[in-house]
Write a protein that binds this ligand. Structure first.
Ligand code: NAD
Ligand code: UD1
Length: 338
C-alpha cells in the first residue's frame, strides 16, 4: 500500500518507516521537524536502501496537506504528528489542542478531498486515567487526567464519528503503553530535546554520564517494591503493530481501539536493574516525592490486538534495555553530531 506517515521523522515514526518498507509498502513522510531532524530520514534511507518520499509541512496547513495528498495519493495515513509532553500540555493547552485536535481535523478534511479513507492514529494508554480495574482492556472507561490525554481522547472521538459516517472509512486507534528501546542497528532511537520526561531516556542519559542521578518519583506506591509499574513496549514491536494495523484496515470498516502493550509490567527498580545489566554501568538513584498525576500501575490487556490484528510483542525487557544502551552509547548526543 501507499502509506502517508505524518510525524514520520519522530521516534516511533522512524522505526515504523523501516517496518513498513520491509513489508513492501511505499512510504511518504510529512513532518514539520518541530521535534525531529532531517538526519533521521538520511539514516532510515541508508538502513533500508529504499525510497522515502518526504514533504516538510505542518498538519494544520491544509494547502500543504492537499499538495502531498494529491502528489502521493496514499491508500492510508498513519498519523503520528503531534505533541506529547504532559507537563507542557498544562502550560500551553491551546497549542496542544491546536496541533493534536485541529491538526487531526485538518488532516481528515484533506484526506476527504483526496479520497483517502483509512487512518491509523497514535493514541495513548493515558486516555484511560486512574484504573478502575487492571489490566486495562479497551472497554475500560476513559478519563484522562492531563490536557495531553484529553487531546488524544478528543481526536479518538472525532475519528470514531468520522468513521461511523461512511461505510468505507476505517480508523484504527492504537493506544500505546510505554514505548522504549531502539532499532537493532543503533542508528535510530529516541532523542529528547531537553531534560527527558520519561524514565528510560533519563536512565540512558545517566548511564552515559550526561546526568548525575535518576530521581525515583515515589517509593511508597502499593506495588511490590513501592515504585510505579508500567507496561513497557519495545519500539520495534510497536512499529510492527502499525504494519499489522495497515493490513487490518485494508478489510475493516469503522473505528476500533487496540491496546498496544506486552501485558507485563515492570517497576522503576526493575528498569534500573535491567539497564545496569545491559550497560555495565551503575545508575545512581535518589528517591524523591511522587510526581503529580502519576498512577501506581499501568498494564495492558493486549488480547484484542493479538486476536484481531494478529500482532503481539516479541521483545523482552533485556532487549529494551540493551537496544536503548546501544543507541545512547553510540549516539551520546542523539542525532546532533558534535
Ligand atoms: P516524536 O515527537 O518523536 O514524533 C512526533 C513527530 O511529529 C516529530 O517528528 C515532530 O517533528 C512531528 N510533528 C509535531 N508536530 C507536528 C505538526 N504540527 N505538523 C507536522 N509534524 C509535526 O514523538 P513520538 O514519541 O514518535 O510519538 C508519536 C506519536 O505517538 C505522538 O502523536 C504521540 O503523542 C504518540 N504517543 C507517544 C508515546 C510515547 O511515549 N512516545 C506514547 C503514546 C502516544
Ligand atoms: C508518561 C505520561 C503519559 C504518557 C507517557 C508516554 C506523565 C504523568 N505521564 O507516562 O501521559 O502517555 O509518559 O510514554 O507524564 N519515573 C521516575 N523518574 C523519572 C521518570 C519517571 O521515577 O525521572 C517513573 C514514573 O513515576 C513512572 C515510571 O517511571 O512510575 C514511568 O514514567 P514515564 O516514563 O514518565 O511514563 P508514564 O508516567 O507512564
Amino acid at each position: 500500500m501507499r502509506v502517508l506517515v505524518t510525524g514520520g521523522a519522530g521516534y516511533i515514526g522512524s522505526h515504523t518507516l523501516l517496518e513498513l518498507m520491509a513489508q513492501g509498502h511505499e512510504v511518504c513522510v510529512f513532518d514539520n521537524y518541530s521535534n525531529a531532524t532531517p538526519d533521521v530520514l538520511t539514516r532510515v534511507r541508508s538502513l533500508s536502501n529504499g525510497v522515502i518520499h518526504d514533504y516538510v509541512g505542518d498538519v494544520r496547513d491544509s494547502d500543504k496537506l492537499d499538495e502531498v495528498l494529491q502528489d502521493f495519493q496514499p491508500d492510508a495515513v498513519i498519523h503520528f504528528a503531534g505533541l506529547k509532553a504532559v507537563g507542557e500540555s498544562a502550560e500551553k493547552p491551546l497549542y496542544y489542542y491546536d496541533v493534536n485536535v485541529s491538526g487531526t481535523l485538518t488532516l481528515l478534511r484533506a484526506m476527504a478531498r483526496a479520497g483517502c479513507k483509512k487512518l491509523i492514529f497514535s493514541s495513548s494508554a493515558t486516555v484511560y486515567g486512574e484504573p478502575e480495574y487492571l489490566p486495562y482492556d479497551e472497554a475500560h472507561p476513559t478519563n484522562p487526567t492531563s490536557v495531553y490525554g484529553r487531546t488524544k481522547l478528543m481526536a479518538e472521538s472525532i475519528l470514531s464519528d468520522w468513521a461511523a459516517a461512511g461505510d468505507d472509512r476505517t480508523a484504527v486507534l492504537l493506544r500505546y503503553f510505554n514505548p522504549v528501546g531502539a532499532h537493532a542497528s543503533a542508528q535510530i532511537g529516541e532523542d529528547p530535546k531537553d531534560v527527558p520526561n520519561n524514565l528510560m531516556p533519563f536512565i540512558a542519559q545517566v548511564a552515559v554520564g550526561k546526568r548525575d542521578v535518576l530521581q525515583v518519583f515515589g517509593e511508597d506506591y502499593d506495588t511490590p517494591d513501592g515504585t510505579g509499574l508500567r507496561d513497557y513496549i519495545h519500539v520495534v514491536d510497536l512499529a510492527r503493530a502499525h504494519v499489522a494495523a495497515i493490513d487490518y484496515a485494508a478489510n475493516a470498516h469503522g473505528a476500533r481501539a487496540f491496546n498496544i502493550g506486552t501485558g507485563l509490567s515492570y517497576s522503576v527498580r526493575d528498569m534500573v536493574s535491567a539497564f545496569e545489566k545491559a550497560s555495565g554501568q551503575q545508575i545512581p538513584t535518589k528517591t524523591v516525592p511522587r510526581r503529580a498525576g502519576d498512577i501506581a500501575v499501568m498494564q495492558a490487556d493486549a488480547s484484542r490486538a493479538k486476536a484481531e490484528l494478529d500482532w503481539e510483542a516479541t521483545h523482552g525487557l533485556d532487549d529494551m534495555a540493551a537496544s536503548t544502551w546501544a543507541w545512547q552509547s553510540q549516539n551520546p548526543d542523539g542525532y546532533e553530531q558534535r
